[in-house]
Design a protein around this ligand. Structure first.
Ligand code: PLP
Length: 387
């Protein structure tokens, strides 16, 4: 048996095999959970490639090889969480450097940029990246990085990756894309010119709501070395059991995403035809203002759907009346979740900025799981009755 070849194997084959080969000692088909902090060296100055588990761990390396192959990059670098992965990229910068960021990012990213990393002398400008000109106008001589999310959370806004990659590179900056929502099954930012892809593996990549984790994928060797240096020097590594669980998850990514894409699309159509919601946000709907870009950039539209109900009281009634959709933060697991971003995931974003982005008290976000579609529709229909 020879290892998977990311250059020739197709997505589903890479999902199952990339990054792994049978354990050389026993032939175990799954990489063992190397639950060890250190490695015995046969002689002084001659180790086997493994010295200390903050720096090297074989289980983690298997996961890194797997996700790198799915994103089409040469290097995967795993982290303890999605936020620590994003933080590590910012820590390759110097005080005085400038970052241009999408304004409608994950709430925690916004909080980290504004309240933690800005204190270290990194300057952030937030713009609406649906409009590439706004990115262009925000670029300065000291801009080193552009940070994007597409689709965004929870408004499902898109940005043009190819266009913004060009703007970033003209300004001598790198483009980082948070691909947590889309997943590599639906969108591969490196192919559009991005330099860094980041994931909260907590979400779709793990897919089973039982791990917090992060991942960076880059193609450039020197950039990978820089990020490895930051990780080894600051220490936000995932434990081997968590790495193993995410690896178990990515083996079925293609199957799960097919189901999420299908259920997401059908639920979005169902809600759009339903009289209760004021509007529905889903890039796969023809009514989405950036539907053409979505079709160019993505091959599927995931299970993330948002709907506006008009006021907070209606939103509260809906989310408290579902049976299958569980009222909870997070997304991307096999089970369906429901929430009110303004009071949950985006509570840390100041009220005026939330209003500006359209994150109202009446906005409900769904993470549509892989349950039976008719059961999910009946659940939502029941919760919307009489609103
Ligand atoms: C959840 C999430 C994060 C943060 O990831 P953690 O694993 O919770 O640290 C970052 N970006 C997006 C888009 C997310 O959904």
């Amino acid at each position: 048996m020879t290892p998977s070849d990311p250059a020739t194997d197709r997505f589903a084959t890479r999902a199952v095999h990339a990054g792994q080969s049978p354990d050389p000692t026993t032939g175990a088909i799954m990489p063992p959970v190397y639950q060890t902090s250190t490695y015995v060296q046969p002689e002084l100055g001659g180790h086997l490639g493994y010295e200390y588990a903050r720096v090297q761990n074989p289980t983690r390396e298997a996961l890194e090889g797997n996700v790198a192959a799915l994103e089409g990059g040469a290097h995967g670098i795993a982290f303890a969480s999605g936020l620590s992965a994003i933080e590590a990229v910012i820590k390759t910068l110097d005080a005085g450097d400038h970052v241009v960021s999408e304004e409608n990012t994950y709430g925690g990213t916004n909080r980290m940029f504004n309240h933690v990393l800005s204190r270290l002398g990194i300057d952030f400008t937030f713009v609406d990246t649906r409009d590439s000109d706004q990115v262009q106008d925000a670029m300065r001589p000291e801009t080193r990085l552009v940070h994007l999310e597409t689709p965004t959370n929870p408004m499902m806004r898109l940005c043009d990756l190819e266009e913004i990659a060009e703007i970033a590179h003209e300004g001598d900056a790198l483009l980082m894309v948070d691909n947590t929502f889309a997943t590599p099954y639906n969108q591969r930012p490196l192919a559009f010119g991005a330099d860094i892809v980041v994931h909260s593996t907590t979400k779709y990549l793990n897919g089973h709501s039982d791990v917090i984790g992060g991942m960076i994928v880059v193609d450039d060797d020197a950039l990978a070395e820089e990020i490895h240096f930051v990780r080894k020097s600051t220490g936000a590594v995932p434990g081997p059991m968590d790495a193993w669980l995410v690896l178990r998850g990515t083996k079925t990514l293609h199957l799960r995403m097919e189901a999420h894409n299908r259920n997401g699309m059908e639920i979005a159509r169902f809600l759009e035809a339903h009289p209760a919601p004021v509007s529905v946000f889903y890039p796969g709907l023809e009514s989405h203002p950036q539907h053409d870009l979505a079709r160019r950039q993505m091959s599927g539209f995931t299970g993330m759907v948002s709907l506006e109900l008009g006021d907070g009281a209606r939103a509260k009634r809906m989310v408290e009346r579902t049976r299958l959709f569980a009222l909870a933060e997070s997304l991307g697991g096999v089970e369906s979740l429901i929430g009110v971003p303004a009071l949950m995931t985006h509570a840390s974003v100041p009220e005026d900025r939330r209003a500006f982005m359209g994150v109202t008290d009446g906005l409900v976000r769904l993470s549509v799981g892989i349950e039976d579609l008719d059961d999910l529709k009946a659940d939502l229909d029941g919760a919307l009755k009489g609103l």
